[in-house]
Design a protein around this ligand. Structure first.
Ligand code: HEC
Ligand code: HEC
Length: 443
């Protein structure tokens, strides 16, 4: 029953890194570096047994806990004085919604004042139309060179003189639209093995790429990335700390240094920053992670006969090869995130329907920006994570750049590894295409 096995992890090319003396980048801010390259994970997992029982993960857009944390005091009774970080779903939701001010450490450069500003549709934690900008350029040998101060261009600042500008030469440019965070606690509890098994079952021409990234709260232990448009993070705590700094300008123990304004220091000691770092002692970051871990997975819309027929077409023509319909989470008690998180009962042994393999694919749409500069991440310039299609019906700006207005346009942008599937989509009869789209509208 309790056989311990080691969760294997795809180890992307770190060979030669040490020889080159290249410090491995670990933070999507691109402004801060850790000394050690990500290590292949030795995350221990309890092997699934044939007798294991799985149940469907709870779903709903209803601001209700999935059971990981209790619901807590009535939401509208909470305020800055009564909220207790990490106590309950409602407490953590309050912190996720809270607008930060300059006195809390907001900025100097930032994108928005609260997590909710970008993650709100149709309830707190969902997606939104807000897109962020990333830019950089290619050097003579075709290597990616990020804009001064990092590829993320902050759209706002606390002073008019320090709003970031894009340099003319930085002609690798993209938008990345805000994604859904509901149900991501379940995704965090999917073991590396499970993702690798999905990859290994894909036909060679469509096989996804698993990328190992560092888990910051586990001393940079390696784990398969699964969060963000590029699978740039493996844990919700790492992503939350990254977002707190890079979206809101709030430093925390995992991201202790302020961002620059296009390379210019605007942190403590300059007139632009008066809050000592780290501006958050790490508690807010944990509250954000716990909030996301306690959200339900997105629910489905009405399932009609057309929807059911459409799903069969989705499977038949190969969409489901990448947009994986069902995934099981690891058994409760399994240590994940490099040992920093133990799969709780509420999230373990669950079946989720994310319609994603959480792997990178080259479908010809990529924005050309790697997870981070440096040879070990160069291949990720061409890859995008299979967009999870759960909660698709809450979104009307599609693909990473939000520039596809309809599902048909999004599908027709799929080339490369999805070329054969797109051709099969194009060859569908009108009635089959209508059913397939009805299915997508039910997600
Ligand atoms: C200015 C808008 C904005 C704000 C504010 C913001 N986010 Fe995001 N968030 C985004 C965008 C855009 C992405 C996709 C970025 C990418 O992958 O490059 C994202 C992605 C994420 C993801 C990954 C979801 C997935 O699809 O795998 C998590 C987790 C997340 N954000 C958490 C947070 C938390 C926690 C906060 C508050 C500390 C926050 N975000 C604040 C815009 C925002
Ligand atoms: C080879 C893997 C692969 C196959 C096959 C594939 N997709 Fe995708 N799909 C992706 C990736 C990767 C993205 C994200 C691309 C981007 O944002 O640049 C995506 C994005 C999408 C989106 C946009 C979702 C959003 O949130 O913006 C839709 C809709 C979609 N796919 C539907 C389909 C349908 C329908 C099929 C079958 C006709 C299909 N896909 C086949 C990999 C695939």
């Amino acid at each position: 029953m309790n056989t311990q096995t080691i969760e294997r992890s795809a180890f992307i090319c770190v060979l030669g890194l040490a020889a080159l003396g290249v410090a491995s980048p670990a933070r999507t801010a691109n402004t801060q570096r850790v000394a050690a390259p990500p290590q292949a994970t030795t995350e221990a997992t309890t092997a699934a047994a044939a007798t294991d029982r799985y149940t469907e993960a709870p779903t709903g857009f209803d601001n209700q806990t999935n059971g990981f944390l209790r619901q807590g005091p009535a939401y509208d009774t909470l305020n800055e004085d009564t909220v207790v970080a990490r106590r309950s779903f409602n407490d953590n939701r309050f912190i996720f919604e809270e607008a930060e001010t300059v006195d809390d450490g907001l900025g100097p450069t930032y994108n928005a004042q609260s997590c909710r500003e970008c993650h709100q549709n149709v309830v707190t934690g969902g997606a939104s139309q807000i897109a962020e900008h990333r830019t950089g350029r290619l050097d003579a040998s075709g290597g990616f060179f990020e804009s001064l101060g990092g590829s993320l261009i902050h759209s706002r600042a606390t002073h008019p003189d320090i709003v970031e500008r894009v340099a003319f030469e930085d002609d690798v440019r993209t938008f990345r639209i805000s994604t859904n965070t509901l149900g991501l606690g379940f995704v965090e509890c999917v073991s590396n093995d499970t993702l690798l098994a999905i990859r290994d079952a894909q036909p060679a021409a469509m096989r996804g790429t698993a990328t190992t990234v560092p888990v910051l709260e586990a001393n940079n232990a390696g784990r398969l990335g699964r969060f963000g448009w590029k699978n740039q993070h493996a844990s919700l705590e790492s992503f939350a700390a990254d977002a707190y700094l890079n979206e809101m300008g709030i430093t925390s123990p995992l991201f202790p240094e302020e961002n620059t304004s296009s390379g210019r220091n605007v942190g403590m000691g300059t007139p632009f920053d008066r809050v000592a770092d780290p501006e958050d002692d790490g508690v807010d970051v944990k509250a954000f992670a716990d909030f996301m871990r306690s959200t339900k997975a997105p629910s489905r819309g009405p399932i009609t006969a057309d929807v059911t027929a459409g799903e069969a077409i989705f499977n038949r023509i190969g969409c489901a090869v990448c947009h994986t319909p069902g995934i099981k989470t690891a058994r409760a008690g399994t240590k994940v995130n490099g040992g920093a998180f133990t799969v709780p009962t509420a999230l373990g042994n669950k079946i989720i329907h994310p319609y994603s393999d959480f792997l990178g694919h080259d479908i010809g749409t990529s924005d050309g920006i790697p997870i981070l500069p440096g040879p070990e991440f160069a291949a990720t310039a061409k890859l995008m994570r299979t967009a999870p299609l759960w909660a698709l019906r809450t979104r009307n700006r599609l693909m990473h750049d939000g520039l596809s207005f309809t599902k048909q346009e999004a599908i027709q942008r799929h080339t490369g590894q999805a070329e054969a599937v797109t051709q099969r989509y194009d060859a569908l009869s009108d009635s089959d295409r209508t059913k397939l789209l009805a299915f997508l509208d039910s997600l």
